[in-house]
Design a protein around this ligand. Structure first.
Ligand SMILES: [Zn+2]
Length: 278
């Protein structure tokens, strides 16, 4: 984990983040400190633990955390964490802050942007070739376009490969999409991060929205359900106009990994007791 205070980190508080000169990024004013209900709770972990009850997962559509951070700043948005393709986790601002990443869930949630080039309708699947190419041995690897001269990947010499070598097809909101999976390093990092967040914030159960059969719900949660929902969820569960983290995201791999990593309370309800006993 590299925080916003460290060299090589991404700082959502400053007006001029340290990005390579070749990015022509029109910087929005610093977005940390945004006014929202989160600002009305007293500072400190105790109050935050009684308030934060969701983690919203996104893909960044940028492919690399460096580009993600630039894109967020350009759009006046923010997220607490970025997870790069090598599994490096960047924290861009204090969890006390309300980040701008998921509309109605901003105040109550923590936001995680996972580096991934994104999901596309099958007719646009050729877009994926911009970032994913077979290597000499025919194995799919992540190949950032040449114009990105310094991808700023923290792990020296890192070669990123999707956890599944073929593009994954699936439907979100009934829309057919194709997307390459995240890297094993990202799943491992996300599992640890999720375990830590579920442990620190007892109102966040370590589970995702499920359908009647117990499988990942591939639609937005109805408003009334979303209002009561506590746990991990995807951006598409919050907004009908969003499809991230996409059909390739392996919810069971994340949750099983997180439960193994942290043994946080499982299932949607156990955290009620610990939250109400506070
Ligand atoms: Zn999103």
């Amino acid at each position: 984990m590299i925080t916003w205070k460290e060299t090589g980190g991404y700082n959502a508080y400053v007006a001029a983040p340290t990005l390579p000169k070749y990015y022509d990024v029109r910087l929005a004013p610093a977005v940390a400190g945004d006014k929202g209900p989160r600002k009305t709770i007293p500072p400190g972990l105790d109050a935050l633990q009684g308030f934060v009850d969701q983690v919203v997962l996104h893909y960044d559509n940028s492919g690399l955390s460096q580009l993600c951070f630039a894109a967020l700043r350009q759009r006046g948005l923010s997220a607490h964490f970025l997870v790069d393709i090598d599994g490096t986790v960047y924290q861009t601002l204090d969890l006390q802050e309300r980040a701008l990443h998921a509309t109605t869930s901003n105040s109550r949630s923590l936001g995680i942007e996972i580096a991934n080039f994104g999901a596309y309708p099958p007719k646009d699947a050729r877009m994926l070739a911009k970032w994913y190419q077979p290597d000499a041995a025919g194995r799919t690897r992540i190949m950032p376009p040449k114009e990105i001269r310094d991808p700023r990947i923290h792990t020296p010499g890192f070669v990123g490969r999707p956890a599944r070598p073929e593009p994954v097809r699936g439907r979100i909101h009934g829309q057919e999409l194709v997307q390459y999976d995240y890297t094993p390093e990202q799943y491992a990092a996300l599992a640890k991060l999720t375990a830590a967040l579920c442990r620190v914030f007892p109102r966040i159960p370590c589970d995702y929205p499920r359908d009647a059969a117990g499988r990942p719900l591939l639609r937005k949660l109805p408003d009334a359900v979303l209002e009561k929902y506590r746990g991990i969820l995807g951006h598409w569960h919050v907004q009908e106009n969003k499809i991230d983290p996409g059909p390739a995201f392996d919810w069971d791999r994340l949750i099983e990994g997180a439960r193994a990593a942290g043994k946080p309370p499982a299932g949607p309800e156990p955290a009620v007791a610990s939250a109400s006993s506070r």
